[in-house]
Write a protein that binds this ligand. Structure first.
Ligand code: DHK
Length: 145
């Protein structure tokens, strides 16, 4: 039975396609989910692709990914910069974690330059738009195999 990779998305990413497309691109989150699921399937994984605007729900899903997943791709969005709870949940997870951001957070406002997620991720991909999710899937394949 294929193992699942969890792909967890934080606040406002449900607005992709409509939200600041010059920064986040014109694809919707559904488009990204479909592409990511398809790519993970070619790599031999099932995919749990989810989005929430709630910090508590994100923490619960990170814990679930640690129990039931083979790996975790996370775009914690604004919670990357603010949430010690998200970082602590990630620290407790044994499966490999790849952090993704659509935009290049280092070329944006200074408050985006620090992510609490980065220190507990195996790797960070940012600035490559939706393609970053596919690159994260490739990285997990290497790390899990
Ligand atoms: C998404 C967000 O919503 C922002 O809060 C982050 C991230 C960047 C992204 O680029 O995917 O600062």
């Amino acid at each position: 039975m294929p193992k699942s990779v969890y792909v967890l998305n934080g606040p406002n990413l449900n607005m992709l396609g409509q939200r600041e497309p010059e920064i986040y691109g014109s694809e919707s989150l559904d488009d990204i989910a479909n592409r990511t699921k398809k790519h993970l399937k070619t790599l031999g994984f099932d995919c749990e692709f989810r989005q929430t605007n709630s910090e508590a729900e994100l923490v619960n899903w990170i814990q679930e990914a640690g129990r039931d997943g083979a790996g975790l791709i996370i775009n914690a969005a604004a919670y990357s910069h603010t949430s010690v709870a998200v970082r602590d949940a990630l620290s407790a997870v044994a499966v490999p974690i790849i952090e993704v951001h659509l935009s290049n957070i280092f070329t944006r406002e200074p408050f985006r330059h620090h992510s609490h997620v980065s220190a507990v991720a195996k790797g960070v991909i940012c600035g490559l738009g939706a393609h970053g999710y596919l690159l994260a899937a490739d990285a997990l394949k290497e790390l899990i195999s």
